[in-house]
Design a binder for this molecule. Sequence first.
Ligand code: ATP
Ligand code: MG
Length: 271
Amino acid sequence: MAESLTTRLRIRPRQRVKLARHDPDFTGAFQGKAEVKSATKKNVERLFDLQYKMYAENKHSLLVVLQAMDTAGKDGLIRHVMTGMNPQGCRVVPFKKPSEKEFDHEYLWRIHQAVPPKGEVGIFNRSHYEDVLVVRVHDLVPKSVWSKRFEQINRFEHYLAENGVTIVKFFLHISKDEQKKRLEARLKDPLKRWKFSVGDLAERKHWNEYMLAYEEVLSKCSTPWAPWYVIPANAKWFRNYAVSQILVETLNRLRMSWPKVTFDPKKIKVV
Ligand code: ATP
Ligand code: MG
């Protein structure tokens, strides 16, 4: 049988990742948006049901980690794929530059507090991985400090996974050219202009350093308990489809069941 899309996009543990070998334009067996639209819609509906079951069962939680360069579409993905989820039981948590208080703690402190409780879905818009990405690229802590974090993160995620947190991590992979187009579009379109940030141009200058930092993250932190997926994200419709498909498969593997009731409904009469 042909390798499934999910298997193809998943980084194997200890695989040495070279992002140049992962085509951001890849769209699998699909030629265009129209072909994939109904499949994505179906997945979004399945996600709604699966999330509902997770909420009812109150046993597992799902943690979705989103990492990407600016404009790669973390927000768009959340809008298109997670909209199907019931807000009761689903929380998006953005991680920005740590506050003073957060900074006084070790780097996983703020992360741990945001981990979804049983029955719920948590979406991390950026995450603890910033502590080996932006922190590394901008020399915010010495190498002797950040280089220990890959192992620390693996152990932290292992601990969460052993305690009922299903973790799935997506790197939305766009090309540098695609980012240029998207930044230009933001400047041109009055409805998108508010999204433009001069800071994004400064980060863009560090593109190659970010790619190297991402390669190390993907090579060291894709584990059986918390896999990384590299999502080709130049085509937004494929990005949305691929993530929706992986989430559905991940949740299906949990084999969740509706809670058993302790009464016989036939013997109960509502008067
Ligand atoms: P958008 O621009 O779509 O609103 P965003 O995630 O880019 O989303 P910003 O407010 O633009 O949000 O950027 C957040 C910034 O915070 C990023 O530059 C990110 O690198 C930075 N950041 C996140 N975590 C850390 C951290 N631990 N240390 C330093 N900087 C961090
Ligand atoms: Mg930004």
